[in-house]
Design a protein around this ligand. Sequence first.
Ligand SMILES: *[C@@H]1O[C@H](CO)[C@@H](O)[C@H](O)[C@H]1NC(C)=O
Ligand SMILES: *[C@@H]1O[C@H](CO)[C@@H](O)[C@H](O)[C@H]1NC(C)=O
Ligand SMILES: *[C@@H]1O[C@H](CO)[C@@H](O)[C@H](O)[C@H]1NC(C)=O
Ligand SMILES: *[C@@H]1O[C@H](CO)[C@@H](O)[C@H](O)[C@H]1NC(C)=O
Ligand SMILES: *[C@@H]1O[C@H](CO)[C@@H](O)[C@H](O)[C@H]1NC(C)=O
Ligand SMILES: *[C@@H]1O[C@H](CO)[C@@H](O)[C@H](O)[C@H]1NC(C)=O
Ligand SMILES: *[C@@H]1O[C@H](CO)[C@@H](O)[C@H](O)[C@H]1NC(C)=O
Ligand SMILES: CC(=O)N[C@H]1CO[C@H](CO)[C@@H](O)[C@@H]1O
Length: 438
Amino acid sequence: MEQVNNSQFQLLNHLQRTKRSFYAFVSLLLLCLLAYNSATIFYTKAPFPAKNSPEQASFSPETAPGKSIKSFSVPSSTKLSSSAPHAVKVERPVGKLKTHFPLLFKNTNLVAFLNTSVVYHPKRRKKHSRGFKVKPFSVRVKEFFNANPLNFSCKFRFFMTWISSLESFGDRELFTIESLFKTHPNGCLIIVSSSMDSRTGMQILKPFLGKGFKVTAISPDFNYLFNNTAAQSWYNQLVQGNVNPGEISLGQNLSNLLRLGLLYRFGGIYLDTDILVLKSFKKLRNTIGAQTINPETRNWSRLNNAVMIFDQGHPLLYKFIEEFALTFDGNKWGHNGPYLVSRVVSRITGRPGYNFTVLPPMAFYPVYWSRIGSLFQRPRNETHSKWLIAKLMQIQSQSFTVHLWNKQSRGFKVEEGSIIEQIMLDSCVFCNSSSFTS
Ligand SMILES: *[C@@H]1O[C@H](CO)[C@@H](O)[C@H](O)[C@H]1NC(C)=O
Ligand SMILES: *[C@@H]1O[C@H](CO)[C@@H](O)[C@H](O)[C@H]1NC(C)=O
Ligand SMILES: *[C@@H]1O[C@H](CO)[C@@H](O)[C@H](O)[C@H]1NC(C)=O
Ligand SMILES: *[C@@H]1O[C@H](CO)[C@@H](O)[C@H](O)[C@H]1NC(C)=O
Ligand SMILES: *[C@@H]1O[C@H](CO)[C@@H](O)[C@H](O)[C@H]1NC(C)=O
Ligand SMILES: *[C@@H]1O[C@H](CO)[C@@H](O)[C@H](O)[C@H]1NC(C)=O
Ligand SMILES: *[C@@H]1O[C@H](CO)[C@@H](O)[C@H](O)[C@H]1NC(C)=O
Ligand SMILES: CC(=O)N[C@H]1CO[C@H](CO)[C@@H](O)[C@@H]1O
């Protein structure tokens, strides 16, 4: 019995010890958590987390826009306070952060995109360029367009912009580039983007280079682009946190301005990344497209800024930029984009000094966004089949581009026998795309 008692005692003793060490472990865990938490707070508190983030933004999948929100949003306005309530207390006493600044940190890619001083000196790049300074944006753009190592000269200067992460640059975007080079083999394309301006980004573009096409990605320099325009002070205010970016994605809205700055400084053709190119632009100059017309008057009722062709320094571009800076409203859908170009053009129509063309919807936007699904569908019956054939022939004969309105059509599958499938067969370069969904 004693033996048993003894062993029972030992067991009890052991249990108690285990319990103690369990408590010790839990306390340690709690301590760790506390330490981690304060580290998090400290990190959030650092006034310029941007300094470290752009590289991550460009290179690591962990900082995809959606994910970065939690670690970087520094709420000081009520709207965001739910996302990281613990940081509010810490942030208020600092009191230095401007009210709107935190919104810039919602998306680390956007920070990289905005902060050109960071974008220009990424550590990794330095390592590879062995101490040579990275050339300024304007020099890189001009060298790309002018250099012709294979006695190649750029007959067309294309610009696209990409302000999202590398991971979201998908099959659709790649296919729009295929269609661009299919129709413009002697064109040169710059994707203005800080995420794509990286080794991984260039890897994505490599198949095009392998085919001899001229494409590259370059991080933007807003200070250069908006220098001596009305957008200069607007941009400075934005960076300093004095512009209310509003509720809607600042990135998208900044992209509306970026395209204007690019065409104004360099001249060329701007395309959204959801534009399929079907025909050469060689006869187009200083052109913008209508997205809708008034069926009675046949006058346009709305223009769109997804395709624009303009000479360098064109006065209409200057007006667009001016309007952007004067009337920016981050809370109204489309206000700084399609509505902006419509406002300005209707205001200056008839005034001398602006020489440009407005093309009808069939030129660039042959299908309205609400009906874009019809292009992805296979024929359902005989009537439908006839309609599809007629529509395809109309697009093939009259349209320079098809706007896919990605926001509307992103989830659609390309059905066999659909118009999009036929267009893809006609405008592919690699012609190995299994499907067009992404
Ligand atoms: C941009 O980067 C510079 C240099 O790293 C930094 O001093 C500045 O605060 C950053 N600005 C923003 C808006 O992140
Ligand atoms: C280079 O291009 C020029 C004109 O574009 C042409 O005259 C010349 O023969 C070309 N040289 C070579 C080596 O292809
Ligand atoms: C802006 O333009 C002025 C000349 O008007 C030039 O001296 C200055 O370097 C330019 N700044 C940038 C950032 O390009
Ligand atoms: C249509 O546009 C023309 C010129 O752009 C203008 O003169 C005319 O008044 C417009 N018609 C209507 C009904 O708005
Ligand atoms: C307007 O531009 C076209 C080319 O797009 C050109 O042929 C025409 O001469 C220009 N007109 C004026 C008044 O500059
Ligand atoms: C044919 O298919 C279209 C598209 O699905 C549909 O709207 C239409 O009602 C169909 N017509 C007939 C006669 O079945
Ligand atoms: C199609 O071909 C290109 C170039 O060879 C290649 O990079 C790409 O991965 C291919 N895509 C598919 C879906 O096979
Ligand atoms: C005012 C304006 O152009 N707002 C745009 C901002 O970006 C969002 C997309 O993220 C667009 O939907 C808005 O139209």
